[in-house]
Design a protein. Structure first.
Lengths: 143, 187
């Protein structure tokens, strides 16, 4: 049984990828639902990978304009609106790519090492380090 | 990263939690799982190969029937109520718009005559592409009809017309002309 704090951690991870609470909920819900099919030895890693794969699959579908619809269009967050809300950290995160936000979240919030992030994301450690550095630069510039 | 920014990042995510309703939904999903899927941990794995095999056999034996999984997926997407990608009362128009389907969506005699086609979109069932068709009755009550190509597993699982009620949603599943049909409506 996945406990409440683990579900919340998974939700936060999904949120670091997509920034939209409704979409993050869908990702977590589908991952938990699909996890019923398998016997899991490392649930946390499996569920994170499920969420990650589903998110990037959706991104690819949108890039191909196959499943683009009104709902997805309206889901695009408006950066100007966020600035008006004066939610600075949210605004700074909006300046980053999903991969950059994911790395920031895993490293600084979850405390993952570069190697652990590499194992989850499939990115090389050097790539992760440079993306992390670039993220910090972007956030500093945006401030 | 400055400590300030790092702390604000932590605070930002610390404030993002699932509502108690959503946590409960996820717990319910897992509860359903734990009835039929005994979880396996490393100790069980290391205990013995025989034990592992027995657990795997038990999991296979008690696994959720495919038909139940279809009903759950259709119910979930019926409640999600995603907008149609094509609005039409004509199957020809819908098939032309959903040209990535590996089958031709069609009307079937077992679809109630009291409801009318309104549109459709792509969806999936058990990881396979499916058509999600939107129907309405004269009182504008929504019905969601899934159509999907039958593979051996699905063909074997759907033996006869079956009605499954999940919470307040009824899902009727049947097969005809090499296709699977699943019609969901809220009670």
């Amino acid at each position: 049984m996945i406990k409440e704090d683990e579900l919340n951690k998974l939700f936060k991870y999904a949120l670091s990828l997509c920034r939209q609470e409704e979409q993050a909920w869908d990702l977590v819900h589908d991952a938990v639902l699909n996890s019923r099919k398998y016997i899991l030895i490392n649930k946390e890693a499996y569920l994170k990978r499920m969420v990650r794969n589903a998110f990037y699959d959706e991104l690819k579908r949108r890039a191909r304009n196959i499943d683009f619809n009104e709902e997805l269009a309206t889901n695009q967050l408006n950066i100007e609106e966020e600035m008006q809300n004066k939610n600075e950290i949210n605004f700074l995160l909006s300046k980053l790519s999903s991969e950059e936000r994911e790395i920031l979240f895993l490293h600084y919030v979850e405390g993952y090492s570069y190697k652990e992030i590499s194992k989850l994301s499939g990115m090389k450690v050097g790539t992760i380090m440079s993306k992390l550095s670039r993220s910090k630069d972007k956030m500093r510039e945006a401030k | 990263m400055s400590d300030d920014l790092e702390n604000r990042l932590k605070d930002h995510y610390a404030s993002k939690n699932l509502s108690s309703d959503k946590i409960q939904k996820l717990m319910d999903i897992q509860e359903a799982k734990t009835v039929s899927f005994p979880s396996l941990n490393l100790k069980a794995l290391s205990a013995s190969l025989v034990t592992t095999c027995l657990i795997l056999v038990a999991v296979n034996f008690f696994s959720t029937p495919v038909i139940q999984k279809i009903a759950q997926q259709v119910r979930y997407n019926h409640l999600k109520n995603m907008p149609a990608e094509v609005l039409s009362k004509d199957y020809n128009v819908i098939n032309a718009a959903l040209d990535r389907l590996d089958f031709t969506a069609m009307a079937d005699s077992q679809i109630p005559t009291s409801i009318a086609l309104a549109g459709g979109r792509y969806c999936s069932i058990e990881g396979k592409i499916a058509a999600q068709l939107h129907y309405m009755d004269k009182n504008n009550k929504r019905y969601t009809l899934y159509q999907f190509k039958l593979n051996d597993e699905l063909n074997g699982a759907i033996k006869s017309k079956t009605s499954i009620v999940l919470d307040s949603t009824e899902v009727v599943i049947w097969k005809a002309d090499g296709l699977g049909f699943a019609l969901a409506t809220s009670r």
